[in-house]
Design a protein. Structure first.
Length: 369
């Protein structure tokens, strides 16, 4: 478990006041950040000018030496601060979080068979209605299965989001402490629409966040989705177009361009049935509502999609299979070769299980995925 290590010791200085030395030991959570940016998080009530002045006067030093502020922090670095207790508390405005954890809570996050009952009891105890599952975890990365209905990130303060869950999970499993959240906030690297479920990557450390975000940005990480669409799709296609979003309506339109953002969506049919086609979709670009709107624009809306779908088709799929939201899941990711820090993901495929409605559909038509 990582935590701040503050060592307090009286230090006689030529100034008018007695100061105490406080040390912040840098771990993998903070490594990779600039010194000045980390200081701005720790001392959130101080201006940048004040912090640079403290660096110049050696009231803040890095590894016992004067620092400029633009240094990139490494695991094992030590920041020493010479402030009075009053100044330290005033500038840092530390808000400590108390997190209680029962033995039941420690195990409820794991995606293992036979735990559904204990998970449900724990969820009810905590007041959480939607519960992500941890699919993969290492020192730097967390991959979760986000359930349909949960936001990836908060839209309003009262929202329950996947980001909240990630921080809660890391606190409760001891991967991070409340003090560490002052200087590093674990977050997610990709997002899914509220009613789209499936795999989302989170960074437990700065290195994890930076590396995974770069893979997504460079498109060297392949993301695959499954969906059921209206109509018959008999051959693979790579669609191109332009996407424009109406922020007020939270809705996008697809055109042949050139207005909007260029998008590409690739798909292949897995099975054609009487009630639609099961597709595997590879996302080339990753824009808001891209898969849903792009497929609808070529006459193959996703079953259960209330925004871009076909109302009559949605009613039929609801009656037949109990479909209540879009049948779209981010079900697998394929990682490229990676550095040794990410050996567990290097060249590997990460896959999640299918929700019940997909299982019902596939079983009905004897489809193997």
């Amino acid at each position: 478990m990582c935590s701040f290590v503050f060592r307090m010791q009286a230090v006689q200085l030529p100034e008018r006041y007695a100061y105490k030395m406080k040390q912040l030991n840098i771990t993998e959570h903070e490594a990779g950040q600039r010194l000045d940016r980390l200081l701005a998080k720790v001392f959130s009530q101080a201006g940048k000018g004040f912090l640079y002045k403290m660096l110049r006067k050696k009231n803040i030093v890095l590894n016992g030496k004067r620092a400029e502020g633009n240094e990139t922090l490494k695991d094992g670095d030590i920041i020493t601060v010479y402030f009075s207790d009053e100044t330290y508390e005033k500038l840092s405005a530390v808000q400590r979080q108390s997190v209680s954890m029962s033995a039941e809570h420690k195990t409820l996050y794991r995606n293992k068979e036979g735990e559904e009952g204990s998970q449900k009891r724990a969820i009810e105890k905590r007041g959480r209605k939607l519960f992500p599952k941890v699919v993969y975890e290492d020192k730097h990365v967390l991959i979760l299965h986000k359930p349909a209905g949960m936001l990836s990130q908060k839209a309003e303060e009262s929202d329950d989001s996947l980001v909240d869950f990630v921080q809660e999970y890391l606190l409760e499993t001891g991967s991070i402490t409340a003090e560490r959240l002052q200087t590093f906030r674990p977050g997610i690297c990709n997002r899914l629409d509220r009613n789209t479920e499936g795999l989302v990557i989170a960074g437990k450390t700065i290195l994890g966040l930076q590396t995974m975000s770069e893979l997504l940005r460079d498109r060297t990480l392949d993301k695959y989705y499954l969906c059921v669409v209206k109509g018959t799709v008999e051959r693979s296609m790579r669609l191109k177009g332009y996407l424009t979003k109406d922020e007020m309506k939270n809705q996008v339109t697809i055109s042949k361009g050139p207005e909007g953002e260029a998008i590409e969506t690739e798909y292949r049919p897995i099975a054609v049935t009487k009630t639609g086609t099961l597709l595997e979709v590879k996302l080339i670009t990753g824009k808001s509502h891209q898969i849903r709107a792009h497929l609808a624009s070529v006459g193959h809306p996703i079953a259960g999609d209330m925004k871009y779908g076909d109302a009559e088709y949605n009613r039929m799929m609801k009656e037949r299979f109990g479909v209540r939201h879009q049948m779209l899941i981010a079900y697998r990711m394929v990682f490229p070769e990676l550095a040794k820090e990410f050996a567990g993901l290097s060249g590997k495929e990460v896959k999640t299980g299918l929700p019940a409605v997909f299982g019902h559909f596939c079983k009905t038509y004897d489809i193997k995925v």
